[in-house]
Design a protein around this ligand. Structure first.
Ligand code: DAH
Length: 367
């Protein structure tokens, strides 16, 4: 025990001298570790008489507590110092230009969705979303497409397995059979069931149809639009979409034509064509002899409003839907639909966009 004061002083000196966490750990092991000096003295207590053990034990415990406290505060100080050094070392200047060697590209689908969203956001639309896995009610029935309607066949729907009908959790009560949504229109229904008019939403998302050839892929993208209030009419629909087409294609004099059409969920319905010319095999958007269909639209059918608990005598509005791949191909001259999903890095490098060129109307959609 005569050694105790010396060992205690040595241990405290080693703690004070430690300049790194590793050196501090070495000092801890040397004093308090299993084979450490203080632990060694602890073991010698066994060979002492009861009185001697009592005083020696108390002194030893006090010395051990002192050393442990010194270790603790030295550790806190060293950790703070290490953190300071690391923060100093890892500081980055966010105002520096991005290193030119960055290789990543934004996929044209993402870019196109960003562009479309930016244009409609400027007009006061907000983004809404819905699930890829839908049910019969939202994808068809509520959109005025009843079970036997021929439009259902045109949708080449991917259905999920039939669920055994059990009363209580029956599919009927929750909206019918599950399926992969064939269009973004079910989000119209979800939005109208959730929100009160006025409604002004834009809905980008994935859609699915069991179809695969030169011009169809089983998964593709659409953007849906929906406006509901008390006074919106067909003139607003036309103005809004003409404005969109000009902004998106960045061609001020692009001719736009509204051609009568049919969709179960709109009445009247129209398809929108834009003017184009084909010279020397090159397709150009703008005044010319040709027309290209780019989207479907119309005034929301009173039955659809009713299905969502909205009074069609008070409210009205318009909806539209367009294929993202299609408008991307037209704008960026991408000839083959299937290349969008090939994950070919050479293709992405050619058609992709720089990550920091975020499309805005003021800064330009594309640079
Ligand atoms: N849902 C239609 C489709 O997938 C597109 C569409 C047409 C959406 C007219 C609309 C609309 O909202 O009004 O073919």
């Amino acid at each position: 025990m005569q050694d105790l004061d010396r060992l205690r002083a040595e241990a405290l000196a080693a703690v004070a001298a430690a300049g790194t966490l590793d050196q501090l750990e070495a000092a801890r092991v040397a004093a308090l570790g299993k084979k450490g000096t203080v632990s060694g003295l602890m073991k010698s207590l066994g060979g002492m008489g009861p009185d001697e053990r009592k005083t020696a034990g108390a002194r030893l415990n006090a010395a051990r507590d002192d050393i442990a406290a010194a270790l603790d505060s030295a550790k806190t100080a060293l950790e703070a110092k290490a953190l300071d050094e690391r923060l100093g070392r890892e500081r980055i200047d966010v105002t520096l230009p991005v290193r030119p060697e960055s290789q990543g590209r934004i996929h044209p689908i993402s870019q196109t969705i960003e562009e479309i969203t930016a244009i409609f956001a400027q007009m006061g639309f907000v983004v809404a979303e819905g699930p890829d896995i839908e049910d019969d009610f939202h994808n068809f029935t509520a959109l005025n497409i009843p079970p036997e309607h021929p439009a259902r066949q045109m949708h080449d729907t991917f259905y999920f397995g039939e669920r055994p009908a059990k009363s209580g959790d029956g599919a009927e009560s929750t909206g019918g059979r599950h399926l992969l949504r064939t269009h973004t229109s079910p989000v119209q229904i979800r939005t109208m069931l959730r929100d009160k008019p006025p409604i002004r939403v834009i809905v980008p998302g994935r859609t699915y149809r069991c179809d695969s050839d030169m011009t169809h892929t089983p998964m593709f993208h659409q953007v849906e639009g929906l406006v509901i209030d008390e006074t919106t009419h067909m003139g607003h629909l036309k103005g809004c979409l003409i404005e969109f087409v000009r902004a998106y294609f960045e061609v001020d004099d692009v001719p736009v034509r509204f051609r009568p059409s049919f969709f179960p969920f709109t009445e009247p319905s129209a398809e929108v064509d834009i003017g184009c010319s084909r010279e020397g095999g090159e397709l150009k958007i703008g005044p010319g002899a040709g027309w290209l269909e780019i989207l479907g639209c119309g005034m929301v059918h009173p039955n659809v409003l009713r299905n969502c608990g909205i009074d069609p005598n008070r409210y009205q509005g318009f909806a539209f839907g367009m294929g993202v791949e299609r408008v991307a191909m037209l704008k960026y001259g991408i000839p083959d639909l299937r290349t969008f999903f090939d994950s070919d890095l050479r293709w992405l490098k050619h058609y992709g966009f720089l990550p920091l060129d975020v499309p805005t109307l003021s800064g330009g959609l594309t640079r």
